[in-house]
Design a protein around this ligand. Sequence first.
Ligand SMILES: *Cc1c(COP(=O)(O)O)cnc(C)c1O
Length: 235
Amino acid sequence: MSTDIAWLAENWAQVRQRVDEACFAAGRDPANVGILPVSKTFGPELIRAMVALGQRRFGENKVQEIRDKSAPLADCHIEWVVIGHLQTNKARDVARLASEVQSLDRLELAEALDRRLQSEGRAIDVLVQVKTSTEPTKHGLPAEQLCDFLNALRDYPSLRVRGLMTVAIQSSDPALVRACFRQLRELRDRATAQGHDLPRLSMGMSADFPLAIAEGATEVRIGTAIFGKRPLSAS
Ligand SMILES: *Cc1c(COP(=O)(O)O)cnc(C)c1O
């Protein structure tokens, strides 16, 4: 456990430093770029060690994992952030357990989440996940539907829309990756001009976060660079 903490503290410090360096390179204030640790596939002990390092918010891509981890970590008062594709039938668990959803990508899901949140008497922050990559495996709302979608979300008072999220294309060509991040920022700017308040841009992962920061990310979602490699089947 203590070696876990020392090792995690080292990884965490390195990630924070690399994020800061990317901010300086982009002429941005590091105070404006947060890091969301992504704990998917990692157990409660490692998460507890990150809590000891001062972290409270953790990204998970499966609701079942949040269910499994929230009981043994109940004393840590963690804010669980859903970053993975969500089936509508998980809305009830999300409304009970999550503090935020970054993968909102369709009205059917918004409707189900809002209904469940209302019966829990809660409201949560949400980000709209937009598909900026041509890869068929990537989830997200098609970019051309964003404005109509944002307008429709006004009907769901339990969902506080705070910004946009994306997963960039997986490519060794930085220009292609960066184009995904630029597209998300431009979509945000256009929606802002039409009256939507979208201060947050969640984009960038372990392999590509400097490019996302250069394009205006307000938070990066970091798994591997903090917690180490995941089992292949679970990435
Ligand atoms: C797993 C995951 C991450 C973190 O990925 P790393 O490459 O391990 O940093 C970020 N965002 C989403 C949506 C993920 O599923």
